[in-house]
Design a protein around this ligand. Structure first.
Ligand code: PGA
Length: 240
Protein backbone atom coordinates (compact mmCIF):
# COMPACT_ATOMS: atom_id res chain seq x y z
CA UNK A 1 0.00 0.00 0.00
CA UNK A 2 1.23 3.50 -0.85
CA UNK A 3 1.72 5.80 2.12
CA UNK A 4 -0.91 8.46 2.71
CA UNK A 5 0.46 12.00 2.55
CA UNK A 6 -0.07 14.59 5.23
CA UNK A 7 1.35 17.88 3.98
CA UNK A 8 1.51 21.02 6.13
CA UNK A 9 1.43 24.29 4.18
CA UNK A 10 2.47 26.91 6.71
CA UNK A 11 2.21 29.72 4.14
CA UNK A 12 3.67 33.07 5.33
CA UNK A 13 3.14 32.29 9.03
CA UNK A 14 5.26 31.78 12.13
CA UNK A 15 8.65 32.89 13.38
CA UNK A 16 11.78 30.99 14.48
CA UNK A 17 10.42 30.27 17.93
CA UNK A 18 6.99 29.09 16.83
CA UNK A 19 8.18 26.99 13.92
CA UNK A 20 10.92 25.42 16.02
CA UNK A 21 8.36 24.42 18.63
CA UNK A 22 5.91 23.04 16.09
CA UNK A 23 8.60 21.06 14.25
CA UNK A 24 9.90 19.62 17.55
CA UNK A 25 6.44 18.64 18.66
CA UNK A 26 5.71 16.88 15.35
CA UNK A 27 9.10 15.17 15.44
CA UNK A 28 8.32 13.75 18.86
CA UNK A 29 4.80 12.68 17.90
CA UNK A 30 5.23 11.23 14.40
CA UNK A 31 7.37 8.12 14.56
CA UNK A 32 8.53 5.91 11.72
CA UNK A 33 5.67 3.80 10.39
CA UNK A 34 4.60 2.66 6.95
CA UNK A 35 1.21 4.32 6.70
CA UNK A 36 1.82 8.09 6.49
CA UNK A 37 4.44 10.43 5.05
CA UNK A 38 4.37 13.81 6.82
CA UNK A 39 5.75 16.83 4.94
CA UNK A 40 6.33 20.27 6.50
CA UNK A 41 6.44 23.29 4.15
CA UNK A 42 7.71 26.40 5.97
CA UNK A 43 8.50 29.62 4.11
CA UNK A 44 11.99 29.97 2.67
CA UNK A 45 13.85 31.59 5.60
CA UNK A 46 12.90 28.72 7.92
CA UNK A 47 13.73 25.75 5.65
CA UNK A 48 17.11 25.26 7.25
CA UNK A 49 15.84 25.58 10.82
CA UNK A 50 13.00 23.11 10.26
CA UNK A 51 15.30 20.74 8.38
CA UNK A 52 17.76 20.65 11.28
CA UNK A 53 14.94 19.61 13.64
CA UNK A 54 13.31 16.96 11.45
CA UNK A 55 16.45 15.52 9.84
CA UNK A 56 16.65 12.53 12.19
CA UNK A 57 12.94 11.83 11.94
CA UNK A 58 10.73 10.38 9.18
CA UNK A 59 9.25 13.85 8.51
CA UNK A 60 10.16 15.36 5.14
CA UNK A 61 10.80 18.96 4.09
CA UNK A 62 8.94 20.83 1.35
CA UNK A 63 8.91 24.38 -0.03
CA UNK A 64 5.93 26.47 -1.09
CA UNK A 65 7.25 27.74 -4.40
CA UNK A 66 10.16 27.46 -6.85
CA UNK A 67 11.60 29.94 -9.35
CA UNK A 68 10.87 29.31 -13.00
CA UNK A 69 14.53 29.94 -13.84
CA UNK A 70 17.61 27.84 -13.16
CA UNK A 71 19.98 30.52 -11.87
CA UNK A 72 21.21 34.06 -12.39
CA UNK A 73 19.87 37.60 -12.17
CA UNK A 74 16.40 36.98 -10.76
CA UNK A 75 16.38 39.08 -7.60
CA UNK A 76 14.20 37.66 -4.87
CA UNK A 77 13.78 34.21 -6.42
CA UNK A 78 14.85 30.78 -5.13
CA UNK A 79 15.87 28.04 -7.57
CA UNK A 80 15.17 24.33 -7.54
CA UNK A 81 18.88 23.65 -7.07
CA UNK A 82 18.91 25.83 -3.94
CA UNK A 83 15.81 24.12 -2.55
CA UNK A 84 17.35 20.71 -3.10
CA UNK A 85 20.50 21.96 -1.41
CA UNK A 86 18.44 23.10 1.61
CA UNK A 87 17.10 19.57 2.05
CA UNK A 88 13.71 19.78 0.34
CA UNK A 89 12.07 16.65 -1.03
CA UNK A 90 8.79 18.24 -2.17
CA UNK A 91 7.66 21.55 -3.74
CA UNK A 92 4.14 22.93 -3.72
CA UNK A 93 3.53 24.38 -7.19
CA UNK A 94 0.62 26.46 -8.49
CA UNK A 95 -1.14 27.07 -5.20
CA UNK A 96 -4.24 29.20 -5.81
CA UNK A 97 -2.73 32.01 -3.71
CA UNK A 98 0.21 32.14 -6.13
CA UNK A 99 -2.14 32.08 -9.09
CA UNK A 100 -4.21 34.88 -7.55
CA UNK A 101 -1.66 37.25 -5.95
CA UNK A 102 1.37 36.57 -8.17
CA UNK A 103 -0.41 36.00 -11.49
CA UNK A 104 1.03 32.53 -11.97
CA UNK A 105 -0.32 30.97 -15.12
CA UNK A 106 -0.70 27.31 -16.04
CA UNK A 107 2.25 27.82 -18.41
CA UNK A 108 4.47 29.16 -15.57
CA UNK A 109 3.40 26.20 -13.53
CA UNK A 110 4.42 23.77 -16.29
CA UNK A 111 7.92 25.30 -16.31
CA UNK A 112 8.17 25.09 -12.53
CA UNK A 113 7.16 21.43 -12.55
CA UNK A 114 9.91 20.65 -15.05
CA UNK A 115 12.52 22.49 -13.00
CA UNK A 116 11.42 20.73 -9.83
CA UNK A 117 11.76 17.34 -11.50
CA UNK A 118 15.17 18.24 -12.98
CA UNK A 119 16.33 18.88 -9.41
CA UNK A 120 14.87 15.63 -8.09
CA UNK A 121 12.17 17.47 -6.19
CA UNK A 122 8.67 16.01 -6.13
CA UNK A 123 6.12 18.57 -7.35
CA UNK A 124 2.81 18.89 -5.52
CA UNK A 125 0.63 20.48 -8.19
CA UNK A 126 -2.39 22.37 -6.84
CA UNK A 127 -5.52 22.50 -8.99
CA UNK A 128 -9.05 23.59 -8.21
CA UNK A 129 -11.98 25.72 -9.28
CA UNK A 130 -13.37 29.10 -8.20
CA UNK A 131 -16.82 29.02 -6.62
CA UNK A 132 -18.47 30.43 -9.76
CA UNK A 133 -17.13 27.46 -11.77
CA UNK A 134 -18.52 25.03 -9.24
CA UNK A 135 -21.88 26.78 -9.57
CA UNK A 136 -21.99 26.91 -13.36
CA UNK A 137 -20.89 23.28 -13.62
CA UNK A 138 -17.65 23.91 -15.53
CA UNK A 139 -15.34 22.83 -12.69
CA UNK A 140 -14.33 19.47 -14.15
CA UNK A 141 -13.24 20.99 -17.44
CA UNK A 142 -11.35 23.80 -15.64
CA UNK A 143 -9.40 21.26 -13.59
CA UNK A 144 -8.79 19.08 -16.64
CA UNK A 145 -7.33 22.09 -18.45
CA UNK A 146 -5.08 23.00 -15.48
CA UNK A 147 -3.72 19.47 -15.53
CA UNK A 148 -3.32 19.35 -19.33
CA UNK A 149 -1.30 22.59 -19.53
CA UNK A 150 0.83 21.73 -16.49
CA UNK A 151 2.05 18.57 -18.28
CA UNK A 152 2.23 16.87 -14.92
CA UNK A 153 1.45 13.60 -16.71
CA UNK A 154 5.06 13.59 -17.99
CA UNK A 155 6.32 13.11 -14.42
CA UNK A 156 6.73 9.70 -12.82
CA UNK A 157 6.96 11.14 -9.34
CA UNK A 158 4.47 13.88 -8.56
CA UNK A 159 1.40 14.58 -6.47
CA UNK A 160 -1.77 16.43 -7.33
CA UNK A 161 -3.63 18.41 -4.67
CA UNK A 162 -7.28 19.08 -5.39
CA UNK A 163 -7.91 22.39 -3.62
CA UNK A 164 -11.19 24.13 -4.49
CA UNK A 165 -10.36 27.86 -4.26
CA UNK A 166 -13.62 28.54 -2.40
CA UNK A 167 -12.71 26.05 0.29
CA UNK A 168 -9.24 27.38 1.18
CA UNK A 169 -9.29 29.10 4.56
CA UNK A 170 -13.08 29.50 4.49
CA UNK A 171 -14.36 26.58 6.54
CA UNK A 172 -16.41 25.48 3.52
CA UNK A 173 -15.69 21.92 2.42
CA UNK A 174 -17.16 19.99 -0.50
CA UNK A 175 -18.96 16.80 0.50
CA UNK A 176 -17.37 13.39 0.06
CA UNK A 177 -19.25 12.80 -3.20
CA UNK A 178 -18.02 16.10 -4.66
CA UNK A 179 -14.42 15.42 -3.68
CA UNK A 180 -14.45 11.85 -4.99
CA UNK A 181 -15.96 12.97 -8.31
CA UNK A 182 -12.97 15.26 -8.92
CA UNK A 183 -10.39 12.78 -7.66
CA UNK A 184 -11.84 10.10 -9.93
CA UNK A 185 -11.65 12.42 -12.89
CA UNK A 186 -8.02 13.32 -12.12
CA UNK A 187 -7.05 9.67 -11.69
CA UNK A 188 -8.52 8.86 -15.10
CA UNK A 189 -6.16 11.47 -16.59
CA UNK A 190 -2.97 10.71 -14.65
CA UNK A 191 -1.61 7.83 -12.65
CA UNK A 192 -0.51 9.90 -9.64
CA UNK A 193 -1.50 10.24 -5.97
CA UNK A 194 -4.21 12.83 -5.36
CA UNK A 195 -4.62 14.62 -2.03
CA UNK A 196 -7.38 16.99 -0.94
CA UNK A 197 -6.85 20.46 0.55
CA UNK A 198 -9.22 23.17 1.78
CA UNK A 199 -10.31 23.82 5.38
CA UNK A 200 -9.27 20.35 6.56
CA UNK A 201 -9.47 19.95 10.33
CA UNK A 202 -9.61 17.21 12.94
CA UNK A 203 -13.38 16.88 12.57
CA UNK A 204 -14.03 16.89 8.83
CA UNK A 205 -10.94 14.80 8.05
CA UNK A 206 -12.60 11.59 9.32
CA UNK A 207 -15.52 11.93 6.91
CA UNK A 208 -13.28 12.76 3.97
CA UNK A 209 -11.06 9.77 4.79
CA UNK A 210 -13.98 7.51 3.85
CA UNK A 211 -13.07 8.29 0.22
CA UNK A 212 -10.84 5.29 -0.44
CA UNK A 213 -9.19 6.71 -3.57
CA UNK A 214 -7.93 9.72 -1.57
CA UNK A 215 -4.15 9.72 -0.98
CA UNK A 216 -3.99 12.26 1.84
CA UNK A 217 -4.35 15.93 2.76
CA UNK A 218 -2.73 19.31 2.16
CA UNK A 219 -3.44 21.27 5.32
CA UNK A 220 -3.10 25.02 5.86
CA UNK A 221 -4.48 26.61 9.05
CA UNK A 222 -4.90 23.40 11.02
CA UNK A 223 -1.24 22.47 10.47
CA UNK A 224 -0.20 25.47 12.60
CA UNK A 225 -2.19 24.11 15.56
CA UNK A 226 -0.29 21.16 16.98
CA UNK A 227 -3.28 19.37 18.47
CA UNK A 228 -5.40 19.74 15.35
CA UNK A 229 -2.64 18.46 13.08
CA UNK A 230 -1.87 15.54 15.38
CA UNK A 231 -5.57 14.61 15.42
CA UNK A 232 -5.68 14.63 11.62
CA UNK A 233 -2.61 12.38 11.64
CA UNK A 234 -4.27 10.01 14.08
CA UNK A 235 -7.44 9.97 11.99
CA UNK A 236 -5.40 8.84 8.99
CA UNK A 237 -3.67 6.19 11.11
CA UNK A 238 -6.94 4.76 12.31
CA UNK A 239 -8.71 4.91 8.92
CA UNK A 240 -8.87 1.74 6.81
P1 PGA B 1 -6.52 25.73 4.64
O1 PGA B 1 -5.42 25.89 3.48
O2 PGA B 1 -6.36 24.34 5.17
O3 PGA B 1 -6.19 26.78 5.61
O4 PGA B 1 -7.85 25.92 3.97
C1 PGA B 1 -5.12 24.84 2.61
C2 PGA B 1 -4.17 25.30 1.56
O5 PGA B 1 -4.23 26.46 1.15
O6 PGA B 1 -3.30 24.52 1.12
Amino acid sequence: MEKKLLIANWKMNGNSEELKNLSSEYTQSFKEQDKIEVVLCPSYPYLSLVNSIISNSPIKLGAQNIAKFTKGSYTGEVSGGMLKDMGCKYIIIGHSERRKYFDETDEDIAEKIQLAAQNNLIPILCVGEEFSKRQDGSYLSIIKEQIRISQIYLEHKAIIAYEPVWSIGTGLVPNAYEISEVINMIKQLVNLPVVYGGSINSENSSTILTINILDGFLVGNASLKANEFKDIYNNILSAN
